[in-house]
Design a binder for this molecule. Sequence first.
Ligand code: BYC
Length: 334
Amino acid sequence: MYAQVVEGSGKGAKATEDMTPEERAFQQKIDSGQKIEPKEWMPDGYRKTLIRQISQHAHSEVVGQLPEGNWITRAPTLERKAILLAKVQDEAGHGLYLYGAAETLGISRDEMYEQLHSGKAKYSSIFNYPTLNWADIGAIGWLVDGAAIMNQVALQRTSYGPYSRAMIRICKEESFHQRQGYDIMMKMCNGTEAQKAMAQDAMNRFWWPALMMFGPPDADSVHSAESMAWKIKINTNDELRQKFVDQTVPQAEYLGLTIPDENLAWNEEKGSYDFTDPDWDEFFQVISGNGPCNADRMRARVRAWDDGEWFRDGLSAYAEKHSAGNTNQGVENV
Ligand code: BYC
């Protein structure tokens, strides 16, 4: 059992003897592996941390449609186009499950959108990099969805019921996404020299940003300690990054691609790979809004929100009409 519970984001820990009876009972529930459900009592910090993480996760799914959407009209075959369309549509669905899970904590969807559009809420750093050619779609499916699954498989056991259940559903779809990316990479690596060179170039550009997806090193992670005490997070950032590297190296070898890291080497003693850290200065620049595509991504999201105003207005007017007691379902009412 954890000896401490934390009060809120980065505020430090509270000793067991200082906990209120409610906090102690809450922590015991978490420690015994029970799920927390929306209407149950929870510390403010737990609620706040979950809203931050789940809404950021939802924003990542939605913004994540943009780099891939960029290639729907230029997919090389009809089959690839249909697969990519389905994948991008899945990401929209993931965003919706996650916004729904966050709403059970008492925040509205409009507030979450406002936080995204104003730059207050973050979304995954990875989506601030451009997709320059078709091989990038393969690299995203393989590496980016691969990194996302590594995290999300663990999050299926997260302590908050609605988040955990959303993750179970999302993980099923993410495995398909990862396989479609690997399939593109296989085709390109077994194609012409030029196609293989494109695949290697995509790997060179996406390797480091994929490693950054797991967040800063544990020593610099502001939220890990409290999130792990509350089992919001199941693994630390570095643990997941290591697992991802160990899983991906043999896949790259099978493709005949070289991971762009001179220091990558199997470490017999620890039973895993040694590897170079990504450039953390670059990571902090990207999450502060200064990555290659941050401004483009935000512009696209805000425009989509503005363009959808007439539709939201229409839906609200329709709902109002019905809530005003007019239950006539006739055509003149629609
Ligand atoms: N990007 O204390 P830390 C996908 C922020 S996409 C941006 O370690 P935490 C997909 C962090 O928010 C996958 N910001 O944070 C979709 C914090 O800043 P704030 C999305 C990052 O929360 C379409 C600060 O850095 N997956 O599936 O304990 C196509 C300190 O970090 C990042 C999720 O969101 C980052 N990479 O751990 C394909 C999973 N990393 O909030 C694929 C759920 C850190 O204090 N989220 N920051 O201003 C998590 O598991 C955790 O939130 C993280 C970070 C591991 C990401």
